[in-house]
Every structure is written in structure tokens, then in C-alpha cells.
Design a protein around this ligand. Sequence first.
Ligand SMILES: [Fe+2]
Length: 218
Amino acid sequence: MVDPQLEIEPYLEAAAQKSMRITHIFETHVQADHLSGARRLADATGAPVLFHQSAPVRFPHVEITDGEDHDLGNVRLSILHTPGHTPDSVSILVTDKTRAPEPWFVLTGDTLFSGGVGRPDLIGAGSETTFAEQLHESLYGKILKLPDHVEVFPAHFGGAACGKGLSGKPGSTIGFERRFNPALRLTSKSEFVQFVLADLPPQPEAFAENRRRNLSGE
Ligand SMILES: [Fe+2]
């Protein structure tokens, strides 16, 4: 399970229907837009909650690091640390070994969206520019190094306040975003930083409180 919402029944039902167990609960970052269901799901399943090692989470969890692989049967999950939206953001590269030895899709969390990128201003007022620069490095140094055919499944699509300009389409490909994502068509890092910090939607009031609760696990 990746980025569970607070309402966990649908996940338990989906797993039961397929006679599968939930063995890992990954968070792509400490969420601000919703209350996480990770702890509830961990209590219900006994599965560990996994966060990047830089996440300042104050409840029991397993720390993951860049480059780490998790083999789940025929599926391999490879962790890419992609800071920018938050310092602890990760993307998860998924390989179905029954199809190919190479990754098939990437779960980009709030790093890369269909039509946009994650906003770098949600935490650490005053650090927006540093985070925006990190986002540039994560995108160009890691995500866009992937081949064009790799599918992209972000944590949000149109309507979410975690970025701007998001498409209503829930998925995309690396190639499509490389060619048509407005944030990825700028020539210099400084233009990118300027672009991602401009015209951001207001931060919903609940974001700070959600983040606080998701950190403490209460
Ligand atoms: Fe987010």
C-alpha cells in the first residue's frame, strides 16, 4: 500500500478479495493535504510503515533510503529519494518481473504530476527556493533519467492543492511529461525555480494541522 487515506476499509476489502496480504505501507512523504491512514492500516495488518529516513515522524516506522529495493514476489519496488515538494519525498519505481526486467511505472507521489510538479512551499517558510532547487535536481537527476515509456502515477490529479496546473488525467508517461509538462520545458534551473514558486494556489488551512497529526501519528 502506498499513501493510504484515513478510510482504510477499501484497502482491506481489496486485499481480501484478491486473497492478498498488505505487507508494506509506504508513505511517499509526510502528507499535508490529507490525514494518513498508515498507522490505522499498520494496526489492522501488522505491516510496517515506511518513510524516507529524513522524515521527522514521531511514531514507530521503518526508514528507507535512496536506491533501496523491496522484492514482493514478482514485483520489485525501488526507492528513489526525490526531495523538493518536501525533504522526505520519495518516488517508487515498480518492476513487474513477469513482464520485464526493467521498470514499468513509477509512483511519483507529489514530485511529478500529470501537467505539473509538487509545490515546494508547504513547509519551512523561507526555504522555498532551496526546496525548489532540490525539486529541480530530483526531476532532472532522477525522474527524467527514466526512459520515455515508463508510466507515471502521481499521488494527485486535477483539483489537488499540492501543485498547480494539474491535469485531470490520473496517469501519464515520462515521455509525455518531458515534452509537454510546462514545468519541464524551461531551459535553466533559475527559470524553473521562478516558475514553480509563482502563482501557487493558497495553502488550505487544514494543511499545517494535517501535517502535524501525520508526524505525531495521533
Ligand atoms: Fe503532498
